[in-house]
Write a protein that binds this ligand. Structure first.
Ligand SMILES: [Zn+2]
Length: 383
C-alpha cells in the first residue's frame, strides 16, 4: 500500500482545493481536483474507484469507491462541493487549514470535505481483508445547488447497500427526518394604461390579490391536513417572501411578481405540491387566460424520512450515544434512500458553522468521528 497522508495533511489538501458550487457560472468551480485527491487515496486503500460525469453540471463528477463484493453493506456518502465564501468576512484564507482555539478553520472543514478525510482515517485502522459485506463511498457533486450528483447516483442504482450514512454536520447525532424545500415564482402579466380609465388595462396587482387569496387557502389546507409532530413546526409551511409590481401611482400596473417558499413534510412530494399550487390557481388562470405564469425559482429538494424505530437508526443511536433527531435543513438523504437502504444523516461538526465565515471543525470531533465510523463500518461490513 502506498503511503497515505496523515489526517491533518488530507484535511489541508481538501480545504486547499476549491470546489465551490453556485448557480451563477462565474462562481461555479469544477470539483474534479477534489475527486482526483479522493480517487488516489481510496484507490491506495485497495478500493475500486470510478469517477462518473454528472449531467446538467459544469464539468462535475461523482466518485464512487467500493471495497468488497456482493450486495448489501454500507454506503458512506458526502458532497465534494462547498458554498461560495463571503469575501472580506473571513479572518483568514478560506483555502488554508488554520489551527486555532482547538479548532480547524477552512471552507469545507465542517460542511463537509472533512468527512472524507475522517473516513480515510477510519479505514486505515480497520482490517479491510475481513470485510464480509461491501463498503461504498460516494463523493457527490453539486449538493449545494441542484443535488444533481446525488439524484444521478440514485437514478443509476449501481449499488444496493443495506445502510447509508450521509456525513453532513449533525454534531454526530443520527438524523432520520427533515422537511423538503420548494420555491415558486408567480408572475401576473396584465396590461398597463392611464390610471384615469381602468377599462383601458388589466391591473396585475388586482389579479395578484386573487392569487394571494387562493394561496392563503392552500396554506391553510396544508396546515390543517398534513402533520408530523416530530417537527417543532409540525405542518408544511408557506411563506410569501417577495412581491413587486407596477411603477407609478397613475399607471395601471402591468406586471406583478410574487416569490413564495414551501417546506413540505415527509409524505408530501414536490410534484404533489407543485400540482396543488397549480390547482388552487386554476380558477384565476381560467378567468385570465395566459396572464399567470408559475415556475420554481431554484431547484427544490424533497423531504426525507426513515424509521425512528428502524434497526439501523436504533443501532446508530446506541453507538453514537445520542437520540435520533429531526432537523430543519435539506440533505441528499431522500435521493440516497431511493437505493432502498436505511438512511441516516450523521457527521462531525455543527450545522451552525456551515455556510458561515470562519467555518471550523472542533478538533474534539476528529477522534470521536473516526471511532464512530470504525464501529459503524465494523457492524455493517465485518460483524
Ligand atoms: Zn453539506
Amino acid at each position: 500500500m502506498k503511503k497515505l497522508p496523515d489526517i491533518k495533511s488530507s484535511f489541508s489538501q481538501l480545504i486547499a482545493t476549491p470546489s465551490i458550487s453556485a448557480l451563477e457560472a462565474e462562481l461555479d468551480t469544477s470539483n474534479l481536483a477534489v475527486i482526483e485527491l479522493l480517487h488516489n487515496w481510496f484507490a491506495d486503500l485497495g478500493m475500486q474507484c470510478q469517477s462518473v460525469p454528472v449531467a446538467n453540471t459544469r464539468n462535475k463528477h461523482n466518485l464512487v469507491a467500493s471495497f468488497g463484493q456482493g450486495q448489501g453493506g454500507l454506503l458512506l456518502a458526502g458532497h465534494t462541493d462547498t458554498v461560495p465564501f463571503d469575501e472580506g468576512r473571513w479572518s483568514q484564507d478560506p483555502f488554508s487549514l488554520v489551527e486555532k482555539n482547538n479548532r480547524w478553520y477552512g471552507l469545507g472543514c465542517c460542511d463537509m470535505k472533512g468527512f472524507f478525510a475522517l473516513t480515510l482515517e477510519a479505514l486505515k485502522e480497520l482490517p479491510m481483508e475481513k470485510f464480509r459485506r461491501p463498503l461504498h463511498i460516494l463523493a457527490s457533486a453539486d449538493e449545494e445547488t441542484t443535488m444533481n450528483g446525488a439524484k444521478a447516483f440514485a437514478a443509476a442504482k449501481s449499488i444496493a447497500p443495506d445502510y447509508a450514512i450521509i456525513g453532513e454536520p449533525t454534531s454526530l447525532k443520527p438524523v432520520y427526518m427533515h422537511k423538503g424545500h420548494f420555491t415558486q415564482g408567480i408572475r401576473v402579466t396584465g396590461r398597463s394604461g392611464h390610471s384615469s380609465d381602468p377599462a383601458k388595462g388589466l391591473n396585475a396587482i388586482e389579479v395578484m390579490h386573487l392569487v394571494t387569496g387562493q394561496l392563503l387557502k392552500l396554506k391553510q389546507h396544508l396546515a390543517e391536513n398534513y402533520r408530523e409532530d416530530a417537527f417543532s413546526v409540525p405542518y408544511p409551511t408557506m411563506n410569501f417572501g417577495h412581491i413587486h409590481g407596477g411603477d407609478a401611482a397613475n399607471r395601471i400596473c402591468g406586471c406583478c411578481d410574487l416569490h413564495i417558499d414551501l417546506r413540505p413534510i415527509p409524505g408530501l412530494a414536490l410534484d404533489d405540491l407543485e400540482l396543488m399550487v397549480a390547482n388552487y390557481l386554476e380558477p384565476i388562470c381560467s378567468q385570465y387566460p395566459g396572464c399567470i405564469q408559475v415556475a420554481p425559482l431554484y431547484p427544490g429538494s424533497e423531504p426525507f424520512a426513515d424509521k425512528k424505530e428502524g434497526s439501523w437508526t436504533q443501532l446508530v443511536a446506541k453507538l453514537s450515544d445520542s437520540q435520533p433527531e429531526v432537523v430543519n435543513y435539506a440533505t441528499e438523504a431522500p435521493y440516497i434512500s431511493q437505493l432502498g437502504c436505511q438512511t441516516l444523516v450523521l457527521g462531525p461538526g455543527s450545522i451552525e458553522q456551515a455556510h458561515q465565515p470562519d467555518e471550523f471543525l472542533d478538533i474534539s470531533y476528529i477522534n470521536q468521528t473516526k471511532d464512530l465510523l470504525k464501529k459503524l463500518i465494523y457492524h455493517a461490513c465485518i460483524k
